[in-house]
Design a protein around this ligand. Sequence first.
Ligand SMILES: Cc1cc2nc3c(=O)[nH]c(=O)nc-3n(C[C@H](O)[C@H](O)[C@H](O)COP(=O)(O)OP(=O)(O)OC[C@H]3O[C@@H](n4cnc5c(N)ncnc54)[C@H](O)[C@@H]3O)c2cc1C
Length: 486
Amino acid sequence: MLAVKLLPVMGWAFGSKGMRNQLVWFRNDLRINDNPALFYASESGEPTIAVYVATPQQWQLHDDAHSKIDFWRRNLHCLYDSLAELNITLHFFQVPTYQQVPDLITSVCEQWNISQLHFNQQYAVNEQERDQHVVDVCSQIDVQTHSYNEQLLLTPKSVRTKVGEPFKVFTPFARQARQQMQEPLVMLPAPKRQNSIKVTRLREELELQDVSWVSVGKAVQDMWPAGEESAEVKLIHFYENNIQSYEQNRDSPSVSGTSQLSPYLASGVISIKQCWHATTHYCGRSDSVIVWQNELLWREFYNHILIDYPQISKHKPWKIKTDTIQWRDNETELRAWQLGQTGFPIIDAAMRQLLSCGWMHNRLRMITAMFLSKHLMIDWRLGERWFMKHLIDGDLAANNGGWQWCASTGTDAVPYFRLFNPVRQSERFDPEGKFIRHYLPELSALSNKEIHFPIKNRPEEYPMPIIDLADGRKRVLAEFKALGTK
Ligand SMILES: Cc1cc2nc3c(=O)[nH]c(=O)nc-3n(C[C@H](O)[C@H](O)[C@H](O)COP(=O)(O)OP(=O)(O)OC[C@H]3O[C@@H](n4cnc5c(N)ncnc54)[C@H](O)[C@@H]3O)c2cc1C
């Protein structure tokens, strides 16, 4: 492990004799409200200091999208200001990967005379390993560590079947989760303003702008404004205007009928409890509200699966047997899918939405993922990776869960013989072609009937379909059937 040496430079070390400090380590919990690590550190009575450790090479290894990394930067800026109002300074550090984090945290703790370190848990394997190392090194230097569950409604491994097993199917999981949830949910306020303290500036400390960020277009930034207030505005707008029609509108990509809170939830700019609380306090009880709550529970379900089945973090399918499927190796078709050049308008419009917004509507994520993994029979992991590289809300548990659902390799997945026909889906969920026209202006002159599968009046610049859907269907069904005999 690389040793990171932190030497004090100009400045003033607070209370170097006897007086000790609390350290809050921010990760993907970029908010001051309902943040257990921050709240409990600041309640301790000792001065609170905050850090953020950027790990650019790790981001690359994890395929984190540029739009998401830029979203972190913008939210950290807001977080810095909010913490400053509480008299808490957020300090920035950078190391290449998670490997160097334990040494960095140790040095920071030693330099700043830290007695206790607080952080909110992350559940994927690499993050768990990193945190275990940090806990181990802290115990060697007499720093107590406290970790909290802030990402989920219910504690990991607490939702169990009668025989104490993890649930493998969503519906009984959701039923049990609802029963276990204590109402009203306990949410924590932002901490009280702290007494002002100053610590020695460390040599390796960076300014926020000096971290190795990546750039992203202004259009994407405008689409996803940063900060807790922006997230709250989105949540309020959703429950005041859209939640009661969510059930009816959620599958129409041309209607802004979903909350678009996923980037804020994925980076912890809003908490899952804040979202759930809104449904029970401001929305009344209706079928539509229950449908939206169920989406929050899908998020919960996939995270609990991630925790119980470590293979999910290691590019392995949940149904191990499906690892023997002979996925096709076809770079040309993969590229056509990635760039929205398949000749199937709904697929192409969706893939272009992803590239231009860093986000894709849920119905389209399902249609495009199924097209790649079933009709083209290309390894779902390549699609999962492409999504992760471009989604501002990229989240291992939800992305993997969604992909494995579509590819029929996951838990409670779609049966392998149920394929979404992209043309039928397009006719059903974008009947007037409004969504297609927005992202494929070259097709805008086509009639509502033709636009879903243009053959006769296809403009020259728009590609011919890259596959015969019936052939693709036959091929993948044969492969899955053969799996039964393997
Ligand atoms: C192939 C595929 C990949 C996906 N990748 C991601 C991903 O990387 N990150 C991500 O947050 N979601 C992912 N999803 C789930 C879902 O598509 C998005 O959460 C949703 O489109 C976000 O839009 P919204 O915030 O308007 O959702 P809403 O419909 O308003 O739902 C509210 C919240 O519930 C959660 N949620 C909704 N649907 C699901 C679901 N099926 N699984 C898990 N959580 C859900 C999200 O946090 C979402 O913000 C994926 C789905 C599929 C099929």
